[in-house]
Design a protein around this ligand. Structure first.
Ligand code: SF4
Length: 372
C-alpha cells in the first residue's frame, strides 16, 4: 500500500489576470471534456506504474480555476482515483475556486470536496480592479456565505499584497475584513512581477505604480501581526491557519512525502524522483491520447540535492529545519553567520527564520545553502 497525495491541474480560466504566469488557458472550456478524458487516462497509467494500490490522504484540484469547468468532470477524476486506489474517509480534498462561481459550491461539496480555497486576492474593489480580477468584494462575502451553507467547514482565502496603488492602510482593511469572514486558513502572497505577463509589460513602460520594497515589507509584517492577533498561526512563509487547519496537502509536499500530479504542467514526487508534465494543453492532450507519457522531464536527486531541498523546504515552514541536517562544514559556517546576524534562530533542535529573516527569506535560504 502506497500513501500518496494527489494533485490535479485544471488549466482553464475565465479571464487572464495580468500578473499571472501559471499554466492556464482562457475561453477554452469547450476543451474541458477532452482534457479531463486525458487526465483520467494519465491517472490510470501513472497509478498502474506504482507498486501496490495507492491510498490518497489528500487530493488537491488546483489551476487555473477548477470551478470554471463542469463539476461532473472533477467527479470523473475522483471516480478514477477511487477505482485505482482508495481515498481515505478522512482525506483532505481541496478545490480552488473563484468567488464568482459560488453556485457550484453545493455540487463541489456533494462530490466529496471538503476544503475550498477561494481566490479572493483582495477585499477592496479598487485593488481587485487593479489586479484585473472580475469579482468584487461583495462576491467574496457572498462566496464565504455560500460555502458555509453548502457545508464547508474548512475554508481558505488567498490574498495578495503589494498590488498597484495599494496603501498600507488599505491592506490593513482587507486583512480586517478577511478576519471578520472567519476562514480557517489564509494564504498571503506578495505580488511579484513575472516576466512575460501584462504587468511586466506595463512595468517596462513605467505604468505600474507598485508599492516599494519597504512598503511591501510593512504589509507583510502587518499581515503576520494582525493574523496572529486574530488567532491564526503562521506555519509557513505565506500560510496562516487556525489550530488544526494547516493545509495537509501542502505540508506533506513540503515535508518530502510523495505526491502524484496529473494534468498539464503538474509536478510529481514519487519514489525519490521529481518529474513534471508537458505544460502546453494541446501537447499534453495529444501525447496522452497517442498513448504516450505526459512527463516532459524528470530528475532523481542526488543525496546532496535531496538534502538541499529538505533544507529549503524546511526553512519555509515555521517549524524550521532539523539542525541535524546542517552538518557539512560550509553550511555550519554560514549557519553561524546567519544566526549571529539574527536572520535565523534555534528552537527545539531546529533552525528557523527569525521575524527579520522572514522578510528576506529567499536570500537567507540561498545564503545558507551556499547559493550566494
Ligand atoms: S484565475 Fe488564477 S490561474 Fe487564472 S489567470 Fe487569474 S491568477 Fe492565473
Amino acid at each position: 500500500v502506497k500513501s500518496l497525495g494527489l494533485y490535479i491541474h485544471i488549466p482553464f480560466c475565465g479571464s487572464r489576470c495580468p500578473y499571472c504566469d501559471f499554466a492556464f488557458v482562457v475561453r477554452k472550456t469547450h476543451l474541458a471534456g477532452r482534457y479531463i478524458a486525458a487526465v483520467v487516462r494519465e491517472l490510470g497509467t501513472r497509478l498502474a506504474e506504482i507498486d501496490g494500490p495507492p491510498v490518497f490522504g489528500t487530493v488537491y484540484f488546483g489551476g487555473g480555476t477548477p470551478s470554471e469547468i463542469s463539476l461532473e468532470h472533477l467527479g470523473q477524476i475522483l471516480d478514477e482515483a477511487r477505482i485505482r486506489g482508495t481515498i481515505t474517509a478522512d482525506a483532505e480534498v481541496t478545490a480552488e475556486a473563484n468567488p464568482g462561481d459560488r453556485e457550484a459550491f453545493g455540487e463541489l461539496r456533494g462530490l466529496g470536496v471538503n476544503r475550498l480555497s477561494l481566490g479572493a486576492q483582495a477585499l477592496d474593489d479598487g485593488v481587485l480592479k487593479a489586479l484585473g480580477r472580475r469579482h468584487r468584494t461583495e462576491d467574496v462575502d457572498a462566496a464565504v456565505a455560500a460555502a458555509r451553507s453548502a457545508g464547508f467547514a474548512n475554508l481558505s482565502l488567498d490574498l495578495i499584497f503589494g498590488a498597484p496603488s495599494q496603501s498600507l492602510g488599505g491592506w490593513g482593511h482587507t486583512l480586517d475584513r478577511a478576519i471578520r469572514l472567519e476562514p480557517e486558513h489564509l494564504s498571503v502572497y506578495g505580488l511579484t512581477v513575472e516576466p512575460g505577463t501584462a504587468f511586466a509589460r506595463r512595468g517596462a513602460k513605467g505604468r505600474l505604480p507598485l508599492p516599494d520594497e519597504d512598503a511591501q515589507a510593512a504589509m507583510y509584517e502587518t499581515a503576520i501581526d494582525r493574523l496572529e492577533q486574530a488567532g491564526y498561526r503562521q506555519y509557513e512563509i505565506s500560510s496562516f491557519a487556525r489550530p488544526g487547519f494547516g493545509s495537509r496537502h501542502n505540508v506533506d509536499c513540503w515535508s518530502g512525502r510523495p505526491y502524484l500530479g496529473v494534468g498539464a504542467s503538474a509536478h510529481s514526487f514519487t519514489e525519490g524522483c521529481r518529474s513534471w508534465n508537458l505544460a502546453d494543453l494541446g501537447a499534453y492532450m495529444d501525447q496522452v491520447e497517442a498513448g504516450g507519457s505526459a512527463v516532459a522531464g524528470s530528475e532523481r536527486l542526488s543525496r546532496d540535492g535531496r538534502l538541499l531541498e529538505q533544507v529549503m523546504l524546511g526553512l519555509r515552514q515555521r517549524s524550521g529545519v532539523s539542525e541535524g541536517l546542517l552538518v557539512s562544514e560550509g553550511i555550519r559556517e554560514r549557519l553561524g553567520l546567519l544566526l549571529s546576524r539574527q536572520l535565523l534562530e534555534r528552537m527545539d533542535g531546529k533552525v528557523r527564520l527569525t521575524r527579520k529573516g522572514l522578510l528576506v527569506a529567499d536570500l537567507v535560504c540561498a545564503q545558507l545553502v551556499g547559493g550566494l
